[in-house]
Design a protein around this ligand. Structure first.
Ligand code: EPZ
Length: 438
């Protein structure tokens, strides 16, 4: 009988990526936008929704609490929240797996003044507290408490606008408080707000539903609460991190890739670093081309909130610099455990020393193929890049992490010439080796 294995990616490295790739809608914008869609009883149409497992989990969660979700096509959904049971706890197997489910707290609190939501999951990249979200909800007048089994309750007789200073720049807290405040009474000011493109996209979306939000994309967001929101049609921005991942994949494999359907402004921090280490970057209105010919140079990178270098691109950057000529330094300043993948990369011959939140990278000429375990979403994508840049066959298990946030990852890579396949059985592996040589 055929032995059935869990899915993994089998990769034969060594081929430079060439051609064109189309970027999907931004996962981290789609999550809050889909959550906020239930803040009106009217129908909302959301376009350019990425087909990734985190989004499917959120849509299933909305369906499970009485929201109506209709799929128009692969990337377009009609959502109607009028049937939502405002008193039912949001608690199912999906909620605990994804981070974005906590956006339902802000959405339900704003709309119904009542939210009971299971604590969120997400990638294990360090402690991920939600104290700033809670602080913001409390400032708006909500009572919040944690109850067993791992749920947060937020309730308010009245939600009243407030002046809120975020102690740290937090994407999630800025978004969650912005949603609740959109339907509070009076004016809310969020200071030290996150400025990520997805914060701006959510504000634009809420404004298209009748909210009155100004300043998103700056440190200070001003929200005038409204009584109700209405239906809208909205198209999600392209995914900054997916685009960045393909840019770095092109660079690591010494390829030539045109990355289409992007907002080049959102990719500036990548373009600048890639240029600095010797890639050629060409910017178009909605595309960017990355060309790398020889071995790349070194640099120093520190992850920071937008417009700084994003933590979600830190593993891809480290993996690229692992192939550079000389020593590079990467400092992670957002999450404390985001270098777990370095152990896997070491199997490929990378020479990286992690001291606290800093990685000291001595570039090697080539990576060697290896079998690896994916530790989280972005590190997983980065390890695939390493495998594509290595000589020989690598196998990556734990690919469900990658499927959380990258639509059609192996398929898009294959179109760029990569030799990569999802394998489930020993037979699949044999076929791959047969087709791609030993
Ligand atoms: C979002 O996470 C993204 N997730 C993450 O992407 C991304 O890495 C992160 O922002 C930073 O850009 C989603 O959008 C679903 P934060 P989030 O609140 O909102 C601390 C991916 O791979 N903090 O900006 O959870 C926190 O510990 C994922 O797509 C508090 O102390 O991140 C961290 O050090 C991984 N208290 C820093 O703030 C809080 O209440 C920034 O976290 C909240 C956060």
């Amino acid at each position: 009988m055929e032995e059935v294995m869990k899915s993994s990616y089998l990769v034969k490295g060594g081929t430079p990526l060439t051609g064109e790739v189309e970027i999907a809608g931004a996962k981290n914008a789609a999550l809050p936008i889909i959550a906020a869609s239930i803040m009106t009883d009217e129908t909302v149409v959301v376009e350019n929704v990425p087909d990734v497992s985190d989004i499917r989990a959120l849509l299933a969660t909305i369906d499970s609490i009485g929201g109506h979700v209709e799929k128009i096509d692969r990337h377009t959904f009609k959502i109607n929240g009028s049937g939502i049971n405002r008193y039912a706890p949001v608690d199912n197997k999906y909620v605990k797996k994804i981070r974005g489910s906590y956006y339902l707290i802000g959405a339900l609190l704003g709309k119904y003044r009542n939210a009971e939501v299971a604590l969120p999951g997400g990638c294990d990249i360090g402690l991920r507290p939600i104290n700033l979200h809670v602080k913001g909800f409390k400032a708006l007048g909500a009572d919040t408490k944690l109850i067993s089994p791992g749920r947060i309750i937020a309730r308010a007789a009245r939600l009243t606008g407030a002046h809120i200073f975020m102690d740290m720049v937090s994407v999630g807290a800025t978004i969650n408080v912005m949603m609740a405040a959109a339907m509070a009474e009076g004016v809310t000011i969020i200071e030290n707000a996150a400025k990520e493109p997805h914060v701006v996209d959510l504000a634009n979306f809420l404004n298209s539903m009748g909210a009155r939000i100004k300043g998103a994309g700056t440190d200070v967001i001003r929200i005038v609460g409204v009584d109700s929101l209405h239906g809208t049609e909205y198209s999600i921005i392209p995914d900054q991190i997916e685009a960045g991942t393909y840019m770095f994949a092109a660079a690591a494999t010494r390829g030539d890739v045109l990355i289409r359907n992007v907002i080049p402004k959102h990719l500036e921090c990548f373009s600048v670093k890639l240029t600095e280490i010797g890639c050629q970057i060409e910017e178009f209105d909605d595309a960017v081309r990355v060309v790398a010919t020889g071995r790349l140079g070194t640099t120093t990178v520190k992850t920071l909130p937008y417009p700084g270098f994003p933590t979600d691109m830190q593993p891809q950057m480290t993996i690229l610099l692992g192939l550079s000529a000389g020593t590079s330094i990467v400092t992670e300043s957002i999450f404390e455990s985001r270098f777990k993948y370095v152990d896997e990369l070491t199997k490929m011959g990378a020479v990286i020393t992690v001291e606290g939140n800093t990685a000291i990278i001595e570039g090697v000429e080539r990576y060697m193929a290896a079998d690896m375990e994916v530790p989280d979403l972005r590190a997983g994508a980065a390890l695939v890049i390493a495998a594509m840049a290595a000589d020989g066959f690598s196998e990556l298990s734990g690919i469900h992490y990658i499927e959380r946030g990258y639509e059609d990852f192996p398929c898009k890579l294959r179109k760029l010439g990569a030799e990569i396949q999802v394998v489930r059985t020993e037979e699949d592996r044999k076929k791959f080796h047969f087709v791609h040589g030993h």
